[in-house]
Ligand binder design. Structure first.
Ligand SMILES: Nc1nc2c(ncn2[C@@H]2O[C@H](COP(=O)(O)OP(=O)(O)OP(=O)(O)O)[C@@H](O)[C@H]2O)c(=O)[nH]1
Length: 346
C-alpha cells in the first residue's frame, strides 16, 4: 500500500499541466480507493451562470481526457443539476456524500483554492469507505490541491488570471490534435479555407485600442484595471473549451474551437461590442481591435502572423473592428506572405 501510494504521489507531482495532473489523480484514486468511477469536473462561469464540465473520467478502466475527446458537444451542464455539489460549496464543505437510487455512494469533493472552487472531484463507489481509505483519499486530495495551485501560478498571468504565453504552444497543439477529423479524408487547406460552412478552429489576436492613452491619462493602476476587466469580458465571451491567453501588455490571444467562419465572426463581433458597451470605471469607453485567422496545418507562428496582419489592418482602418485574414487577402486588401500553400511540419 505504502509503495503504491508513493508511486502515485510521484506520478501526480511530476506533471507539468492541469490535464495530465487530472489524469494522474484519477488513476491514483482508482488504484488506491478501488472506486468504481472517478471524475474531475471543472466549474466555470458562462454568461453569469455556473456550469460543471467533466475534464477526466474512467472508461473501461482507463482514463479519458475531455481535451483529447473529439466530442465537442460536451460543453458542461448547469450546476443546478448537481444539488449535492451546490450544498457542498454553499456550506464550504470538503466532502459531501450522496446516495444514488441504486444504492451507490458518490462523494462530492470540491477543491478549495483561495476560497474559491474551480475544480471538483466525484468519486463513486458501491460501498461506503473505511476510515483508512478515507484518510488516503483526503491525503491525495491535499496533494492535488497544492499541486494545482503551483501549476496555476506557473501557467497563468498574475494580473488577469488568463493563461500566459508560455502555455500557448502546448494548448495550441492539443486543440489541433483534438479537432483533427478521425479517419475522414483530409480536405486540402484551400478547400477548408473557402468552405464557409465547415467547422474549423480559429485564432484571434485582440489588442486594446489606444491603451497608452489610458495609462497616460489615468495612470497605470487604472490601466491595470482595464486589463482585468477586458480579461473578464474575454472569459465570459467564449466557451469552456476555447482558450484565452494574455500574451503580454494589452495583447490577448483566443483559440476558438470547432465552429464555422460565420459563427466565429459573430462570436468575435459579440465580444468586440461587449467591450465597446462596457462602462469602465473612471476611464469610460474602451474599444478593442481584433484580427483572426483560420487554424490550418501551418505552424502556430505563421497563423499568429496572419491574425496579427488582420489586426494591423483593423488598427489602420479605424480600430474597434474585427478583421478576418483570409477575407482581407481574397478581397485584395492584404497580401498573403505565402503565395503558395506551403505546409510546414515540425
Ligand atoms: N497599465 C498597464 N499598462 C501596460 C501593461 N503592459 C503594457 N502596458 C502599456 O500598454 C501600452 C501599449 O501601447 P501601444 O502598443 O503604443 O499601443 P496603443 O496605445 O494601445 O495604441 P494602438 O494599439 O495603436 O491602438 C504602453 O503604454 C505600455 O506601457 C500593463 O501590464 N499594465
Amino acid at each position: 500500500m505504502m509503495e503504491a501510494l508513493l508511486k502515485h504521489l510521484i506520478d501526480i507531482t511530476c506533471q507539468r499541466d492541469h490535464t495530465l495532473l487530472n489524469s494522474s489523480v484519477v488513476s491514483a484514486l482508482q488504484a488506491l480507493t478501488g472506486a468504481e468511477q472517478v471524475r474531475v469536473h471543472e466549474l466555470f462561469r458562462f454568461r453569469h451562470q455556473l456550469f460543471v464540465q467533466p475534464k477526466a473520467w474512467l472508461q473501461n478502466g482507463a482514463v479519458v481526457l475531455a481535451e483529447d475527446s473529439t466530442q465537442i458537444e460536451n460543453q458542461g451542464e448547469p450546476i443546478s443539476r448537481f444539488p449535492s455539489l451546490i450544498s457542498a460549496i454553499r456550506d464550504r464543505q470538503n466532502c459531501v456524500e450522496e446516495m444514488t437510487a441504486a444504492g451507490a455512494r458518490i462523494l462530492w469533493l470540491p477543491i478549495w483554492l483561495n476560497d474559491k472552487v474551480s475544480t471538483c472531484l466525484e468519486v463513486t463507489n458501491p460501498a461506503p469507505y473505511c476510515d483508512n481509505t478515507l484518510r488516503v483519499l483526503e491525503g491525495i486530495l491535499g496533494v492535488y490541491r497544492n499541486y494545482q495551485s503551483i501549476l496555476d501560478y506557473s501557467e497563468r498571468d498574475s494580473l488577469t488570471g488568463l493563461l500566459n504565453r508560455k502555455t500557448f504552444d502546448e494548448k495550441f497543439s492539443r486543440l489541433l490534435a483534438a479537432s483533427a477529423p478521425e479517419g475522414a479524408p483530409h480536405e486540402s487547406e484551400d478547400e477548408r479555407r473557402h468552405h464557409a460552412k465547415a467547422a474549423s478552429q480559429w485564432l484571434a489576436v485582440v489588442d486594446i485600442d489606444h491603451f497608452k492613452r489610458v495609462n497616460d491619462q489615468f495612470g497605470h493602476l487604472y490601466g491595470d484595471e482595464v486589463l482585468i476587466l477586458v480579461a473578464n469580458l474575454l472569459r465570459s465571451s467564449f466557451r469552456a473549451h476555447d482558450r484565452v491567453f494574455r500574451f503580454g501588455g494589452e495583447e490577448f490571444v483566443v483559440l476558438l474551437r470547432s465552429t464555422t467562419l460565420e459563427e466565429a465572426h459573430r462570436i468575435f463581433e459579440r465580444f468586440r461590442i461587449s467591450v465597446e458597451q462596457h462602462a469602465f470605471p473612471q476611464v469610460g469607453q474602451v474599444t478593442v481591435s481584433l484580427g483572426f485567422a483560420c487554424i490550418t496545418q501551418e505552424s502556430p507562428v505563421v497563423i499568429l502572423g496572419h491574425a496579427d496582419q488582420a489586426l494591423y489592418y483593423a488598427k489602420e482602418n479605424g480600430r474597434n473592428r474585427v478583421c478576418y485574414y483570409d477575407g482581407l487577402v481574397s478581397s485584395g486588401l492584404l497580401h498573403s506572405e505565402m503565395a503558395n500553400d506551403t505546409v510546414e511540419f515540425f
